[in-house]
Ligand binder design. Structure first.
Ligand code: SF4
Ligand code: MG
Length: 337
């Protein structure tokens, strides 16, 4: 089956200006050639430390930025090159839930007006129809309909995120980018919001790109997981494989820092401590971009960039420890088709 979302070799470079004349002196390679598919009804988790480029990916996929290079298709439509009119007509299909509901909700609008805003912009309907739709949306996300005329500051953080979710659902989207949707919330209500997102996914057939730095949370919600480091995807795999047997040394290090949730499992993974800082995305290392910190670095890693390859069915990794020769790779590809 065709994926709902297909991203190929996406690059997002931002110019850096400097000197007396503010000439362009370089590029921040925030996203540097990444590819992934998302299938209808699934959740792809996109994880990595802050600054790795994951939020830029989320915004680029919805074309909130112009694209430096690469292809993006959503539901058969070319997003990367779409003009303003085409993008506007596609907005209902694809929406975003933001990290900080406080910052993304207009404090001077009532909840009802906030949720109705996309309807007013995109759908021809009467005032009564719109009111009915707003109340239906409030119900769907578990907000008390009697509060429709209240303002965002009168709600708790969790309730404000529900308002953001209701607004994102107003136009019946198929695809939603959830950018750290619970990171700003109290731990005690994070699970409620995640459960709501899962329930809505099942009920409405939604497809999610779920961006998070929290590997435990992603393990709970994602069907497949992509791990980003310094603007690239190090590894992408079905959830169980990734968490139980990570292939990329970076994924291994990240997961070794997550405590084993099941106390009955005595064998805790030995913690892998990474040394050194993450290099600047304006000046990434030659060869493998993880070579300055990798505990398993080899000579070849410092000069030759490993290809992001499907090394087992459904498992992609960019690492010389797992590279397969071109011919073998294409044979392996054929055999799974
Ligand atoms: Fe480490 Fe080399 Fe693999 Fe990069 S390619 S992750 S440096 S072993
Ligand atoms: Mg799910």
């Amino acid at each position: 089956t065709e994926p709902l979302v297909r991203v190929q070799n996406l690059k997002m470079h931002f110019p850096i200006y400097g000197g007396l004349l503010q000439r362009k002196v370089g590029d921040v390679k925030a996203v540097d050639g990444i590819s992934f598919d998302i299938y209808e009804g699934e959740t792809l988790g996109l994880v990595g430390e802050s600054g790795c480029g994951k939020s830029t990916v989320g915004r680029a996929v919805l074309r909130l930025y112009d694209i430096t290079d690469g292809a993006i298709r959503i539901d058969g439509d070319d997003i990367a090159t779409a003009d303003a009119g085409k993008l506007r007509s596609m907005r209902p299909l694809m929406q975003m839930i933001f990290q900080d509901p406080q910052a993304s909700l207009n404090p001077r609008m009532t909840v009802a007006d906030i949720i109705a805003e996309p309807l007013r912009e995109h759908v021809k309907m009467s005032k009564i129809e719109r009111e009915d739709r707003v109340l239906e949306l409030m119900d769907q996300v578990g907000l008390n309909k009697e509060f429709a005329n209240r303002y965002p500051h009168e709600f708790s953080g969790g309730q404000r995120q529900r308002i953001g979710i209701a607004r994102a659902l107003a136009l019946n989207p198929k695809f939603i980018v959830c950018d750290e949707p619970i990171a700003a919330l109290d731990v005690s209500i994070q699970a409620q919001v995640v459960n709501l997102l899962e329930e809505l996914q099942d009920r409405l057939g939604l497809t999610y790109l779920f961006i998070s730095h929290d590997l435990s949370m992603v393990r709970h919600i994602a069907d497949r997981v992509a791990v980003m480091y310094l603007g690239q995807i190090a590894e992408l795999a079905p959830r169980a494989e990734l968490y139980e047997a990570p292939l990329h040394p970076y994924t291994q290090a990240l997961l070794s820092a997550v405590p084993e949730p099941d106390p009955n499992i005595e064998e805790q993974v030995e913690r892998i401590i990474l040394t050194g800082d993450v290099p600047s995305p304006s000046n990434p290392p030659q060869g493998c971009n993880f070579c300055t910190r990798c505990p398993q670095v080899m000579e070849i890693c410092k000069t030759v960039e490993p290809q992001f390859q499907e090394v087992q069915p459904g498992r992609f990794v960019a690492c010389h420890l797992h590279q397969i020769a071109e011919n073998a790779a294409s044979e392996a590809h054929k055999s799974i088709q």
